[in-house]
Write a protein that binds this ligand. Structure first.
Ligand code: ADP
Length: 424
């Protein structure tokens, strides 16, 4: 996939994800508004019912009062603002509860009977007077005096939100699933893209590395074919040696690749025997000491471990140490200064291989054990490699139940630490 297509894909994926989230928000908002409208409608209906019943009840009570007080001063009865003469708080409370139940609305409420836009004594304990739009409430006309029943719901928001809670939760869960799937798909896509780039690089590198020996071998063969040189056995020997060397280089290269593909298929045959770590270290040092000498470097041993017997595969473990030492030399731009430390910690032996080379950034440190990974910038490309050495190291180290870490600082050097269990 080319860069533009990839970016377009990511752009459209992100766009649709944002779109889906916005649509979800819109729906949740709409549901909330619908619930609010429905609630308002139900409450209005309840108010009408209750007001109607209050009116009927009040009129009956008033008639009874009038009857019982025949001859009583009319103006006493006319004092209709003393509503508590014929209404009680509990009576209204009961009516409201009844009507709310009929509508299946389970919400806490406060109420008050108003006259002249002011609450009368008939009100619930926690009723708070605020400015009400009197017109929104049905008026109760009793014998020419107008009252209104005001209902308020202190926990209305909670009630409304509860009514859409299930759908909101589902919506959040599905949106989270989409986000997680999106992020991991994107991650996978980027990883795949990186791997494919790295593989292309690797193939280019390999081809390049085969091209030189093949060209050299061709030139040497042409030279040998030349009758003048053919008769000079010393020159023929030199060209033959060149061919042999180039051939060896190609063979080593092929071996390298084969080993890695075996690593992939988990086909490595790793049998382990008891061995002395210091001996294995010496064997590895033997492999690299000529290169260190040629680079005018120094390697110092600080073998402080007293207990050094571990279970290991001699060939693979030596390869591991050689790979790390090779890197320490390769990635030291000046004369390599290498220190090897061993020490015992509990039932383990720690092997530390320290160099004074170019070091690496924190990001690089995290990725060096990945297959094909090479630090992408800097002077590193002057150093040949395929980014496979440490992937092999990691695989072998894990097979030996060991751990490997790196401590490094850009420009200062690196230390590779292997923690290996000992055997008694
Ligand atoms: P290669 O050396 O073939 O590139 P490796 O797997 O051996 O592959 O190493 C991976 C990368 O880790 C190297 O390309 C380099 O960036 C970094 N690296 C490894 N060892 C060192 C070291 N001693 N100092 C600095 N960088 C290192």
């Amino acid at each position: 996939m080319n860069r533009t297509r990839f970016r377009l894909l990511v752009f459209f994926m992100s766009l649709s994800l944002i779109g889906i989230i916005l649509v979800q928000l819109y729906w949740v908002n709409l549901s909330l508004k619908n619930s609010e409208d429905q609630f308002a409608y139900q409450i209005h209906k309840i108010l009408i019912q209750v007001s109607e019943r209050v009116k009927t009840h009040s009129e009956d009570k008033l008639a009874q009062l009038k009857k019982a007080n025949i001859g009583l001063d009319e103006s006493e009865i006319q004092k209709k603002d003393s509503v508590d003469l014929w209404l009680t708080k509990d009576f209204i409370d009961g009516l409201i509860v009844e009507e709310l139940e009929k509508e299946h609305v389970d919400v806490d409420f406060e109420f008050a009977v108003y006259k002249n836009q002011q609450p009368t004594d008939i009100k619930s304990d926690n009723f708070k007077h605020i400015e009400y739009n009197y017109e929104d409430y049905p008026l109760i006309d009793i014998d020419g005096t107008r009252f209104a029943l005001i209902l308020s719901f202190p926990k209305k928001e909670v009630f409304l939100f509860r009514s859409i809670l299930n759908i909101t939760l589902l919506s959040i869960i599905f949106t989270m699933i989409i986000i997680i799937a999106y992020v991991s798909a994107l991650n996978q896509l980027i990883k795949q893209k990186q791997i494919s780039e790295i593989k292309t690089d690797f193939i280019n590198n390999m081809t390049h590395e085969f091209k030189t020996p093949i060209a050299t071998i061709n030139l040497a063969l042409d030279a040998i074919k030349n009758p003048k040189i053919f008769s000079d056995s010393e020159k023929v020997q030199r060209y033959l040696q060149m061919i042999r060397d180039e051939n060896k280089r190609m063979h080593a290269q092929v071996e390298n690749v084969l080993q890695i593909s075996k690593l992939d298929k988990r086909e490595l045959d790793i049998t382990k025997d008891q061995a002395d770590i210091h001996d294995v270290l010496e064997e590895a040092i033997e492999h690299v000491h000529l290169i260190i000498e040629a680079r005018e470097g120094v390697l110092t041993r600080h073998f402080d471990a007293q207990r050094t017997t571990a279970l290991l595969n001699d060939v693979h473990f030596t390869n591991v140490l050689v790979n790390i030492l090779d890197n320490a030399i390769k990635y030291s731009p000046d004369e390599p200064v290498i220190d090897i430390y061993t020490e015992n910690v509990k039932d383990f032996i720690l092997i530390k291989i320290k160099d004074n080379g170019m070091g690496m950034s924190k990001v690089t440190q995290k990725r060096i054990f990945e297959k094909f990974y090479r630090e992408p910038t800097g002077d590193i490309h002057n150093v040949k490699g395929h980014g496979l050495g440490l992937a092999y190291v990691k695989r072998i180290i894990e097979d030996h139940n060991c751990h490997i870490y790196v401590e490094s600082e850009k420009g200062k050097g690196s230390t590779f630490i292997i923690k290996m269990p000992l055997i008694n």
